[in-house]
Design a protein around this ligand. Structure first.
Ligand code: CTP
Ligand code: MG
Length: 463
């Protein structure tokens, strides 16, 4: 009887983050730029850290970023990072430096999985697909079908050939290799001649053309941040990602969390409360109708929060769903109506953030603001409301950055037209099929709250 040894392979991830980002046109390398409140480099390290198949991680950085990376390790409580090393003049030189450091490492590594820190939106499923393929192949590239027709040109920019698009793919990362193979390829390679070498698979192909490199399917969202516009696209992709997970209906991590909801007596706030209570969170509601707490009165807000803090010894989430909408042509809005709208929707939200800061700093918690889909484009008949909702988005982004180093997250939910009492009051009965259910907005909110994202505007839309 033969015994099959199912010992799992040891996988080492290499995160390449030593580039200078010349096409990004800034002094700071792009991987140390913020995307939705976190540094770009944090995303891919986090995906590797959280992947059960990854045993250890080597991070390759430019010199001068040692302190920064150590701060991020501490902040995120990453446990898998074995080595932090400095990169070389080219991407290949950076890979080589990482491989060299691996040699000195005692671990018996089987596979090496190399990833660009400039691809923050790598999903765990793509990473797992790449690693699992190494059970049957020596080398794996992650690709997606080419979208554009690719034109090969001559040195004088004339069309030389137009290869069949059906056989073309766009290469992404990660790329995975049996350790020995990638070591041999780099040993053989002359790094002074890197013509056409943009990734580790192309280096392997040059050195050992006879070795088959398998492909697995990547993801169109796994874009590489190269030019400034890519950061904008990535931000939008993150938002739509969050929306897609709004179908998530279980939030186990909310157990024993303390959640304070301002404006939680009806509509979206009360839906959030209902779901969170089912998950065994402690929910406290502040509203004018329930306990006379008017968000426009900072002393009352402060008193309420300090009581909650005393009761539970912590506050994990503070959610502000209050807001008013007065639907009138601007010429007909009274000075009082304008000022109440601004004060309730904006001034009080700013004051709430100021008051919440201390509590959330202690818990490393999260503040949740509410905007509306009108933030991207002001709407006629409720111009003042639209303007305050745009301001809330801007305010969220600003304090998310300010509070990031203290570990406080700040997010903003931007629901489409939702069937709330406020909506019905202003717009009358509308076709139900055109409105979002407050419950679905609540699910989206809870998904975003329980993620690790910050500084982000999450669009809640009907599917
Ligand atoms: N990289 C690296 N060491 C280098 C060059 C690149 O570790 N000497 C990394 C980058 O940090 C990035 C990945 O390789 O995560 C892909 O490279 P690219 O997108 O080309 O980034 P940069 O080289 O930084 O950008 P540019 O080419 O615009 O200068
Ligand atoms: Mg480059």
């Amino acid at each position: 009887m033969s015994i099959i040894n199912f010992k799992r392979k040891i996988n080492t991830g290499i995160i390449l983050a030593a580039g200078s980002g010349s096409r990004f046109h800034t002094n700071i390398p792009k991987q140390f730029f913020k995307l939705a409140g976190r540094f770009l480099i944090e995303y891919s390290i986090d995906t590797f850290e959280k992947c059960d198949l990854v045993d250890e991680i080597i991070v390759v950085i430019p010199s001068g970023y040692e302190t920064k990376i150590n701060e991020l390790i501490e902040k995120n409580s990453w446990k898998k990072i074995r080595n932090i090393i400095f990169g070389g003049d080219s991407r290949a030189a950076s890979t080589k430096a990482a491989l060299n450091s691996l040699k000195e490492n005692k671990t018996e590594v089987d596979n090496v999985i190399i990833h660009d820190a400039a691809r923050p939106l790598l999903t765990s499923s793509v990473l797992v697909r790449c690693i699992e393929k190494l059970n049957t192949c020596q080398a794996v590239d992650v690709v997606v079908p080419a979208i554009d027709t690719i034109v090969e040109v001559t040195s004088s920019d004339e069309v030389k050939s137009i290869p069949d698009r059906n056989l073309l793919r766009s290469g992404q990362t990660p790329q995975g290799f049996h350790k020995q193979l990638i070591f041999e390829a780099y040993k053989k390679a002359d790094l002074n001649n890197l013509d056409g070498i943009t990734c580790d698979c192309s280096l392997l192909k040059r050195e050992f053309p006879e070795i088959a490199i398998a492909t697995v399917e990547g993801d169109n969202s796994n874009i590489k941040i190269t030019n400034p516009i890519d950061l904008f696209i990535a931000e939008k992709l993150i938002q739509s990602h969050r929306t897609r997970i709004s179908s998530k209906k279980e939030f186990k991590s909310l157990k024993n969390k303390v959640i304070v909801i301002f404006g939680g007596s009806y509509g979206i706030g009360s839906s959030i409360a209902e779901i969170a209570k089912k998950e065994d969170a402690f929910v406290e509601i502040a509203s004018r109708s329930i306990n006379n707490i008017d968000i426009n009165q900072p002393e009352l807000v402060n008193e309420f929060l300090s009581k909650i803090q005393e009761k539970y010894k912590k506050i994990d989430f503070i959610i502000n769903t209050t807001g008013i909408l007065i639907k009138k042509h601007i010429k007909d809005q009274t000075i009082e109506e304008v000022s109440t709208t601004i004060s309730t929707n904006l001034t009080s939200a700013i004051n709430l953030a100021k008051i919440s800061y201390l509590y959330l700093k202690m818990s490393r918690g999260c503040l949740v603001n509410f905007s509306s889909s009108s933030y991207t484009r002001g709407r006629s008949s409720y111009a003042t409301y639209s303007a305050t909702k745009a301001a809330i988005v801007n305010f969220t982004q600003a304090i998310a950055e300010e509070w990031n180093s203290e570990g406080i997250r700040v997010i903003c939910i931007s629901p489409e037209r939702t069937r709330t009492p406020m909506r019905v009051r202003n717009f009358g009965e509308e076709d139900k099929n055109t409105l979002l259910d407050p419950k679905n907005v609540a699910y989206t909110t809870l998904s975003a709250m329980t993620s690790s994202l910050s500084g982000i505007v999450v669009d809640a839309r009907r599917n």
